[in-house]
Design a protein around this ligand. Structure first.
Ligand SMILES: NC(=O)c1ccc[n+]([C@@H]2O[C@H](COP(=O)([O-])OP(=O)(O)OC[C@H]3O[C@@H](n4cnc5c(N)ncnc54)[C@H](OP(=O)(O)O)[C@@H]3O)[C@@H](O)[C@H]2O)c1
Length: 334
């Protein structure tokens, strides 16, 4: 049997492009698309099969922001598969983004312009909300739902015979300054997206510490700035089109403008082919594109210490216990 690869958020954007690229390289893979919306999932599956008719592509429905849905999907996956070779933790949201126009215009004429466009630092705030489980939605979607999924799939992932992989879609905008252990859901701040991406960087480091001896390795990638549903939430498509001449020019100085999901998937595909034991768990692997449009992968040392990663991991375990208890209580009452 070929390798089994699970991809969350495979219905659009970089998740969908990743699936397409993986199958182009190896149609013996079994790809399982973990998607929230069944209609969009089926459309993605049909498009993948049209391009690669002999491939094995299946779907599992999961809303990673809803803990019951994650638990149900994990049960189904445990039933369907003996093992998972690779899980891409890719689904993510940036709800109600607000662009700080003043910071944008003053940044364009400053020496920080390349850094500002590559990381969106100081440019974006978001309005978060609370899920039915009582969690901050950005944290629940980008981090916690995925954490629970991995915990529940542990029997399929942690083997000593041959290694399994976790590959997270993080971001260059993950910033230590937006994260705090005391408010790790970022309920009091205005940059939950950056906080959540820093949180998943921490989690990846902690998972490596806990599981590498049992054959499970975790890595973090950033796809760069691409035009997807997520970025169309920041600015409408016509404004991106208007800005394209500036962006094309900036591409000669900054490698983060991958622009298409296909280019953005570069680091995610590259990681799949690496021996996980040879990767540095403290590196973030970045998709990059040159001014002439060639793709490559580069690395960035993450601003992370093992102690904070471990403390965060322990907090997630506590929250898991609490939330599962709450869910059980409400289910018994109803
Ligand atoms: N675009 C960029 O420039 C950029 C830069 C850095 C990192 N990223 C990261 O790349 C990843 C993919 O984003 P994208 O840019 O490709 O945007 P996208 O096209 O909006 O894709 C997001 C995917 O996540 C899924 N998703 C969202 N909430 C979900 C939930 N509660 N449960 C299950 N699936 C859910 C979406 O499913 P639906 O079809 O149901 O909405 C969709 O398939 C994200 O983690 C994002 O943070 C993007």
């Amino acid at each position: 049997m070929g390798k089994v690869v699970l991809v969350t958020g495979a219905s659009s954007g970089v998740g969908r492009a990743l699936c397409q690229r993986l199958l182009q390289e190896d149609d013996g893979l079994h790809l399982c698309l973990a998607c929230r919306n069944p209609g969009r999932a089926e459309a993605a599956r049909a498009a993948l099969l049209a391009a690669c008719p002999s491939a094995q592509v299946t779907v599992v429905q999961v809303d990673v922001a809803d803990l019951r849905s994650v638990l149900r999907a994990a049960r189904e996956l445990r039933h369907r598969f003996q093992r998972l070779d690779c899980v891409y933790l890719n689904a993510g949201i940036m709800p109600n983004p607000h662009l700080n126009l003043r910071a944008l215009f003053s940044g364009i004429f400053s020496r920080k312009v390349i850094h500002m466009f590559s990381t969106a630092e100081g440019l974006l705030t978001q309005e978060d909300r609370v899920t039915a489980d009582g969690l901050q939605e950005v944290f629940a979607t980008n981090v916690f739902g995925h954490f629970i999924l991995i915990q529940e799939l542990e029997p399929l992932l942690a083997h000593s015979d041959s290694p399994s992989r976790l590959i997270w879609t993080s971001s260059r905008s993950a910033s230590r300054s937006n994260f705090s252990l005391e408010d790790f859901q970022h309920s009091r701040g205005q940059e939950p997206y950056s906080s959540s991406k820093y949180a998943l960087d921490l989690l990846s480091v902690a998972l490596n510490q806990h599981f590498h001896q049992r054959g499970l390795y975790s890595s973090v990638a950033c796809p760069g700035t691409m035009l997807t549903n997520l970025t169309y939430g920041i600015l409408p498509p016509f404004l991106w089109t208007l800005m394209m001449p500036i962006i094309w020019l900036l591409r000669f100085f900054a490698n983060a403008f991958t622009l298409t999901p296909y280019n953005g998937a570069e680091a995610l595909v590259w990681l799949f082919h690496q021996n996980p034991e040879s990767l540095n768990p403290l590196n973030k692997y970045l998709s990059a594109t040159t001014g002439f449009g060639s793709n490559y992968v580069t690395t960035q040392k993450m601003d992370i210490d093992g102690d904070t990663a471990e403390k965060f991991y322990q907090k997630l375990l506590e929250l898991e216990k609490h939330i599962k208890g709450t869910i059980q209580d409400t289910d018994t009452q109803s």
